[in-house]
Design a protein around this ligand. Structure first.
Ligand code: NAD
Ligand code: ZN
Length: 380
């Protein structure tokens, strides 16, 4: 057993002191895990757009100083009281939404909205005692999404940790901990496109392209990619996207353009932008009678979704999902196996790698719309 068990660990973390300001690598203290918690050594993390929204804090509740990061892979360093299904050395993916295995949601095959551990971006402390496990010079630093993976060590509730195959390379598998499972699951678990169907994907970042990958795996015959950033279109071809629409190229609303392309609308649409207008378009572009739209993008806190009720009477369905409806502990080891069996490719989502000391570059790439996922190597 490592000598750090039960001790405060000092390590490097990228602290966001203020909204929108570059993260600062600081030495922080990470307290030992309490009951039902585990302390993880994070080896690789990547940046998802959700981190950027809460760091910018334009349409979200500001909470600073904070350690962001929720897409990562690591190893269990130590476990708190009562943790029986994880042990030091286990390879794990921390997940921003959890699975307590006791509540009605966890017992339902349909829901991953755990009563205890569902995503809560406004909470910056651990649920057991309302305290942060991170501090600097005795002052607490807030957590983010219960994961805070922009730190070499972090403390996470056991229900937010998926134990995975130790032979899976964590520098690739880390993207399963948020973006890829979210997009892929939104398609295969929620939209469920029938074979031969048409699917529109709004937003061709990693989440949207994982949804496209799910559409291809489901046998969709047309996958229409919608994005305002035309540089995404070339990249998207590798993910099975067959046609492209840039809303900026058209005078009429994009839902009308798509309806014309598809003789009345697509069979399924999946929104992965976080923009409420795109969410409305994604719903209004599905075919009446059977069309299903799935919202995945994280909206701003004051957004409102407005559409004519007749769209529902005309038998279109609107759904939304966190984490592609996957239950982190139960389902994610299987998604990792899909990667190991070469049914799911992760490498093509990874377009950049940076050392931890250059974590702010990952933010620059995302803000400029360059590439998909940027892996941050925590040891340098
Ligand atoms: P990303 O920035 O890499 O990709 C988003 C893409 O959407 C970009 O290419 C951008 O150009 C495009 N876009 C933005 N506004 C648009 C518009 N109005 N019309 C068309 N395209 C538009 O982001 P990502 O990391 O792939 O995340 C995508 C979204 O999914 C974000 O909103 C993120 O917060 C959300 N998300 C949700 C969950 C969940 O569980 N529901 C999990 C992870 C991420
Ligand atoms: Zn994410």
């Amino acid at each position: 057993m490592s000598s750090t068990v039960g001790q405060v660990i000092k390590c490097k973390a990228a602290v966001a002191w203020e909204a929108g300001k570059p993260l600062v690598i600081e030495e922080v203290e990470v307290a030992p895990p309490q009951a039902q918690e585990v302390r993880l050594k994070i080896l690789y993390t990547s940046l998802c757009h959700t981190d950027v929204y809460f760091w910018e804090a334009k349409g979200q509740t500001p909470l600073f100083p904070r350690i962001f990061g929720h897409e990562a892979g690591g190893v269990v360093e130590s476990v708190g009281e009562g943790v029986t299904d994880l042990a030091p050395g286990d390879h794990v993916l921390p997940v921003f939404t959890g699975e307590c295995r006791e509540c009605a949601h966890c017992k339902s095959p349909d829901s991953n909205m755990c009563d205890l551990l569902r995503i809560n971006p406004d909470r910056g402390v651990m649920i057991s005692d309302g305290k942060a496990r991170f501090s600097k010079d005795g002052k607490p630093i807030y957590h983010f999404l219960g994961t805070s993976t922009f730190s070499q060590y972090t403390v996470v509730h056991v229900g937010c940790v998926a134990k995975i195959n130790p032979s899976a390379p964590l520098d690739k598998a880390c993207v399963i901990s948020c973006g890829i499972s979210t997009g892929y699951g939104a398609c295969v678990n929620v939209a469920k496109p029938p074979k031969g169907s048409s699917v529109a994907v709004f937003g061709l970042g990693a989440v949207g392209l994982a949804a496209a990958e799910g559409a291809r795996a489901s046998g969709a015959s047309r996958i229409i990619g919608v994005d305002l950033n035309a540089s995404r279109f070339e990249l998207a071809k590798q993910f099975g996207v067959t046609e492209f629409v840039n809303p900026a190229d058209h005078k009429k609303p994009v839902q009308e353009v798509i309806a014309e392309m598809t003789n009345g609308g697509v069979d399924r649409s999946i929104e992965c932008t976080g923009n409420v207008r795109a969410m409305i378009s994604a719903f209004e572009c599905v075919h009446d009678g059977w069309g299903v739209a799935v919202l995945v993008g994280v909206p701003s806190k004051d957004d409102e979704f407005k559409t004519h009720p007749m769209n529902f009477l005309n038998e279109r369905t609107l759904k939304g999902t966190f984490y592609g409806n996957y239950k982190p502990r139960t389902d994610i080891p299987g998604v990792v196996e899909k990667y190991m069996n070469k049914e799911l490719e992760l490498e093509k989502f990874i377009t950049h790698t940076v050392p931890f000391s250059e974590i702010n570059k990952a933010f620059d790439y995302m803000l400029r719309g360059e590439g998909l996922r940027c892996i941050i190597k925590m040891d340098d």
